[in-house]
Design a protein around this ligand. Sequence first.
Ligand code: 2U9
Length: 370
Amino acid sequence: MGPQTVDYAATGEQALARIAQASELDALEQLRVEFLGKQGSISGLLKTLGGMSADERLAIGPQIHALRESVSTALAERKQALEDAALAEQLSRDTLDLTLPAPETPCGSIHPVSQVMDELAEIFADMGFAVATGPEIEDDWHNFTALNIPESHPARAMHDTFYFPDKDAEGRAMLLRTHTSPVQIRSMLQHGAPIRIIAPGRVYRSDSDATHTPMFHQVEGLVIDKGIHLGHLKWTLETFLKAFFEREDIVLRLRPSYFPFTEPSVEVDVGFALVNGKRVLGGSGDAAGHGWMELLGSGMVNRKVIEAGGLNPDEWQGFAFGVGVDRLAMLKYGMDDLRAFFDGDVRWLAHYGFSPFDVPTLSAGVGTAA
Ligand code: 2U9
């Protein structure tokens, strides 16, 4: 059969009709193979061009190419139409059930130590205290000498303090600060008086059991001004503890003590009641069934320390105090093992942690439980 006998127009019409009738993507793909595949009928027609004379090719070539073009276009358009229809059908079937509970969004929590530090900052800000911070790696002078802690003091012993191999300018070993007190020394030297600051942060002592961890958190306070006396100290601590524990019936007992950096030094106990065998702060510790719990250390800043801070002790007086933040958190929120604070167990955090939206404020309550 010669090429002239093929009716290209009719072939095209038949092909287009079959493409138009294809109702599945699979069937359409079969048609593509049948017409345009390697062994396809239109591919076969294209091959016949090779056996034609130049004149025949000139006359017939454009017809075959037009046929291939129209079939190819029809296949693509039909494919698009079938895909659109399938998508529209799926969208009409899919529905969104707005009554289903939303999937839970994983959310971290604020560690009780961070929460309590925020609470302390809020309470002391209301009394005019700024927050001061400083380095955790300190030199011997800022951590010990300036605080009137003599060379022979046990706190300097190797078993209490973590020392580094590196030495400071005076040839003394650098160390991890054993308290936040060097922050206050730096503040005095940098800003002079008057001063009203709290210094919260990590401190380090080589100590480890159920109630001691080698790293723990302190907040210390320092007030330096003219005419400051023990009455200011007592009022400040009482106001702080009432706000922190959110109880008006907090009672303090001040006991004489000794710290190198304060003179006189005062240990502060808080009265508690035994409720179902548990200690609940509030009321005088002298009442029946009550007791006193040691909570803070404090005192009037030693003259030698005021001098180390670059101030004249005949002109400036002050008080200072220190308290363990972890201990405050345990007392307020009822944890009984300090070590769990630093285990990093997310189940413990899920239980004791706070919502990031639970920002402590004096008006809404500093420590509303999550
Ligand atoms: C300067 C002057 C004085 C800070 C003070 C204490 C008493 C104290 C302890 C409480 C529990 C440490 O965390 S704890 O183990 N602290 O008893 N701290 S007076 O006195 C200062 C600090 C800085 C310039």
